[in-house]
Design a binder for this molecule. Structure first.
Ligand SMILES: [Zn+2]
Length: 388
């Protein structure tokens, strides 16, 4: 079970999640994959751990213990994530909410910490909360044993102490993007003064850790622990991906640092009028040019974007009667930026809206267009030049 706070929104796009509620203004969401782990834990507790450790109780008791244990475990996980979110918000970092998924929880934020000190505190609070919870449940367990509470309650409390301790220890492992990896990164960042260097080192840590977890999983698998082994391999694989993505994302961010929209845009893009029929658009524009989309201009102002995909989605027999205007994505639903806007911001807007292209306007006149491909090829060229 791990948690990877501060993963960026883009990485979570594919997740199918629904809203559970909100605490302190943070939206708590549950990903569909979360149900797998929920029932896996419920089953492990009800049919395995509790009957083995506390024999002689009724099936109903084991089920009740399992349900309470599982729910409180997830409450502990939410408390861990909430602590990250609260500290992040206190440091001025906008937090979108918390999502629980198959590998644990994620606090989604819109940006990274601005200083190593902030990052240290944001990352450190999570394991600290888990440790405090472990100590708290440990105390209750000790108290319950002394006061001779029923074994059903003592069993659940003991499990919660152990699982919170495990959560704290696992998250303190020094592999980015685990909390421990972030603590490690913030220290290297503080010492070297370079976030890029620190992220590189911490990502190596994350990858090394992921290979160790996978190797351990394989050993478990061949040792007969099929489920545990597979589970470790999956976690290791996920961690490996996350470590790589975190580093790539930082490379992009740092390459775009100080770059403005005007430097990356294609200036004076070819445009189309709104009253054009789709048939003419296809014949005169899409088949004769290499572009996948055109800005639509009326009276010298951009009113929308028409893409090849939108045309493809329109039945062919309607191409002669339908116009660009009633097929295009209107400008008000499109991403529009100024020429002097920072590229890091432009990219963030593109990620948030899922837009593949943005219009660049000045005084409501179109001056350029930026596509996702433009950004990618610009980054490639820049990396090429740096490697020489
Ligand atoms: Zn955490």
């Amino acid at each position: 079970m791990c948690d990877m706070h501060l993963l960026k929104r883009a990485e979570l796009k594919t997740m199918q999640s629904f809203r559970l509620g909100s605490i302190f203004g943070f939206e708590i969401r549950v990903d569909l994959s979360w149900f797998i782990i929920f029932f896996l834990i419920l089953w492990t507790l009800t049919a395995g751990l509790f009957p083995e450790n506390y024999p002689g109780l009724s099936t109903a008791t084991y089920i009740a213990m399992g349900v309470v244990g599982t729910l409180l475990f997830f409450a502990s996980l939410v408390a861990h994530e909430l602590s990250h979110s609260l500290v992040a918000r206190a440091k001025g970092i906008p937090v979108e909410g918390i999502t629980l998924f198959v590998f644990g929880g994620i606090s989604k934020t819109r940006m990274d910490a601005e200083s190593p000190g902030d990052e240290f505190q944001i990352a450190g609070i999570g394991p600290l909360v888990s440790l405090v919870l472990a100590a708290l449940f440990g105390l209750i367990w000790w108290w319950g044993r002394t006061a001779e509470w029923t074994v059903a309650i003592i069993g659940v409390v003991r499990y919660l102490a152990a699982i919170n301790l495990a959560l704290a220890i696992f998250n303190l492992l020094p592999g980015f993007p685990l909390d421990g990896g972030r603590l490690f990164r913030s220290i290297v960042w503080k010492v070297t003064g370079s976030l890029k260097k620190a992220t590189r080192v911490a990502s190596w840590g994350g990858k090394l850790l992921s290979y160790l977890i996978i190797a351990f999983g394989v050993v478990q698998l061949f040792g007969g622990n099929l489920l545990g082994g597979l589970w470790l391999i999956l976690i290791g694989w996920f961690l490996n991906n996350a470590a790589e993505m975190g580093y790539q994302q930082l490379l992009i961010q740092s390459s775009l640092e100080g770059v403005r929209a005007r430097e990356l845009m294609t200036p004076h893009p070819e445009t189309v009028p709104p009253d054009l029929s789709l048939q003419t658009l296809v014949d005169e524009y899409f088949l004769r040019r290499r572009y996948q989309a055109f800005p639509v201009i009326q009276d010298d102002h951009p009113v929308g974007i028409i893409t090849l995909n939108q045309v493809k989605e329109t039945p062919r027999e309607e191409w002669k009667v339908r116009t660009v205007e009633n097929t295009m994505k209107p400008a008000r639903d499109s991403v529009i930026v100024r020429p002097d806007e920072k590229m890091t911001q432009v990219l963030q807007k593109m990620e948030e809206s899922g837009a593949r292209r943005v219009l660049v306007t000045q005084n409501s006149h179109l001056v350029g267009i930026i596509t996702a491909n433009d950004v990618a090829s610009w980054l490639r060229r820049r990396r090429d030049l740096e490697e020489r």
